[in-house]
Design a protein around this ligand. Structure first.
Ligand code: UDX
Ligand code: UDX
Length: 464
């Protein structure tokens, strides 16, 4: 099947945050393969063909420029892509279901199944199918069942290869991953298919980092990895609430416990709450899975991670409201950062959206600022029409504001001239640091009323 110039034809269905960077790295590291990425959205594919990519990911454009048109191609022609491919990676989105059985928890697999049926209808040769999207356990088996319905005598082997990329560092994570996990059925054909995928990654990743397992372990590991990471954040956030009451500082507690090598120091930054397309969705997926098997205590344990996250975000808004004399009506509040974390334009499940909605309910005048996510923010907030202001420039956003609510930990916010900002704000000037990235003492000395996370506020005016 492979184009004669190339050893293999690799196709990826779904040109999103996962598919785009993953396949670009493969194309970059493996010039012997032809890599094609297809998507149903023509405007997205068009953007991938320009230098104005549909997603912002540091280092991605540079790599794309090296391979695009040589062994990396973007197209909307899904059918031709399927016909020509030896190996098909699937990274279509799998959002949480919003309707019917499992609504609010289980994954909506409609795009996934549609993709399986597209392959079934179009394929003319045997193929390895790689599930790259995060999916409920046993989805690979379901896909294999659909694909086995073909009457053309074709063989499809489904392999699970979950992504562990974090946005903002996807290129680094792809180039030097902690591990790559490849799961398959453990019979002869399954192992043969999985070895083919191992060989792709072995082009640049040391073999001891290429882990193999059975299909179900691989699928489950993805959900569990994200649930464990989110669990650490909810744990530290829960303690941040306590710190505010007992005069402890969450950063000191995190530092002290993180030094224990059994605990480790990563993912212990207390925040306004975790966001992103994965954590909540994957935990809820795990919860649903446990409930399906009657493991209600296990389900409740993991669900509490999501509840703690929601609590942390609503606590942040309550702090704003309480500090500002229980009225936000007509007060200008500059939201610093709308992306769900720094170095990405992605706003899916961002705490900023929840905070903004709450502030709007209080009739505040909200101004959103972000260096990369304004476009997505405008889309997320389109229901508010002109009631919300957008200012990429943080100085303009903060001008005449009563408060700044810092939601995203962009480096840029650490180095602003806060003296200048303070002088242009209404007084008392409040700053709520939802990421603990600012120099709180310094801000206090400038004159701000400073509200960190997990640390007593620094306020000039004390009651009584
Ligand atoms: C990924 C994973 O695939 C998902 O399982 C994970 O949990 C979150 O991250 P992501 O790449 O972030 O998804 O999603 P997105 O950026 O929305 O990209 C998916 C792409 O698939 C979209 O561009 C969409 O247009 C495309 N798509 C969807 C198809 O090409 N065909 C379809 O049938 C459905
Ligand atoms: C995550 C996983 O890290 C990745 O392995 C998986 O493949 C996809 O999901 P991502 O969602 O891109 O990646 O971002 P991540 O860096 O994990 O951050 C998730 C959220 O947690 C962000 O909102 C981030 O700001 C927040 N966070 C992270 C904290 O609040 N505190 C921390 O200490 C770390």
């Amino acid at each position: 099947m492979a184009d004669k110039k190339f050893e293999k034809n690799l196709l990826c269905i779904g040109a999103g945050y996962v598919g785009g960077p993953t396949m670009t790295m493969i194309a970059h590291k493996c010039p012997q393969y032809k890599v094609t990425i297809v998507d149903v959205l023509p405007e997205k594919i068009k953007a991938w063909q320009t230098d104005d990519l549909p997603i912002y990911e540091p280092g991605l454009l540079e790599l794309i420029k090296l391979c695009r048109g040589k062994n990396l191609f973007f197209s909307t022609d899904v059918e031709t892509g399927i016909k020509e491919a030896d190996i098909i990676f699937i990274s279509v989105n799998t959002p949480t279901k919003t309707f019917g059985e499992g609504a609010g928890k289980s994954a909506d697999l409609q795009y996934w199944e549609k993709t399986a049926r597209d392959i079934l209808r179009t394929a003319e040769s045997d193929k390895i199918i790689v599930e790259r999207s995060t999916l409920p356990v046993k989805t690979a088996i379901a896909m294999e069942r659909i694909l086995s319905l073909n009457e053309k005598g074709l063989k499809f082997e489904v392999v699970s290869n979950p992504e562990f990329l974090a946005e903002g560092s996807a290129i680094k994570d792809l180039e030097k991953p902690d591990r790559v996990l490849i799961g398959s059925k453990e019979n002869e054909s399954g192992i043969k298919a999985r070895n083919e995928i191992v060989e792709i990654y072995a082009n640049w990743i040391p073999r001891d980092r290429l882990i193999t397992s059975n299909l179900m372990s691989s699928e489950l590991s993805k959900l569990v990895a994200n649930s464990f990471l989110a669990q650490r954040i909810s744990s530290i956030n829960s303690i941040s609430a306590l710190c505010e009451k007992v005069d402890a500082e969450i950063s000191e507690v995190a530092h002290a416990i993180g030094k224990d090598s059994r605990i480790g120091d990563k993912f212990l930054n207390a925040s306004v709450g975790f966001g992103g397309s994965c954590f909540k969705k994957d935990i809820l997926n795990l919860v649903y899975l446990c409930e399906t098997f009657g493991l209600n205590e296990v389900a409740a344990y993991w669900e509490s991670i999501v509840k703690m996250n929601e609590y942390q975000t609503s606590r942040f808004v309550q702090t704003i409201n309480k500090a500002m004399f229980n009225t936000l009506t007509n007060k200008r509040i500059a939201v610093f950062g709308f992306a769900f974390k720094a170095n990405t334009s992605d706003t899916r499940e961002t705490a900023a959206l929840y905070v903004t909605q709450k502030l709007m309910m209080e009739k505040a005048h909200v101004v959103i600022s972000d260096p990369k996510a304004i476009k997505n923010a405008k889309n997320d907030l389109k229901n508010y029409g002109d009631d919300i202001e957008f200012q990429e420039d943080p100085y303009k956003a903060a001008k005449s504001a009563h408060a700044i609510a810092l939601i995203t930990e962009w480096d840029l916010y650490k180095t602003l001239d806060y003296t200048k900002i303070y002088h242009e704000m209404e007084k008392p000037a409040f700053i709520f640091d939802g990421r603990n990235i600012l120099d709180h003492e310094k801000l206090y000395k400038i004159g701000f009323e400073v509200y960190p996370i997990g640390k007593a506020p620094l306020i000039h005016f004390k009651e009584g």
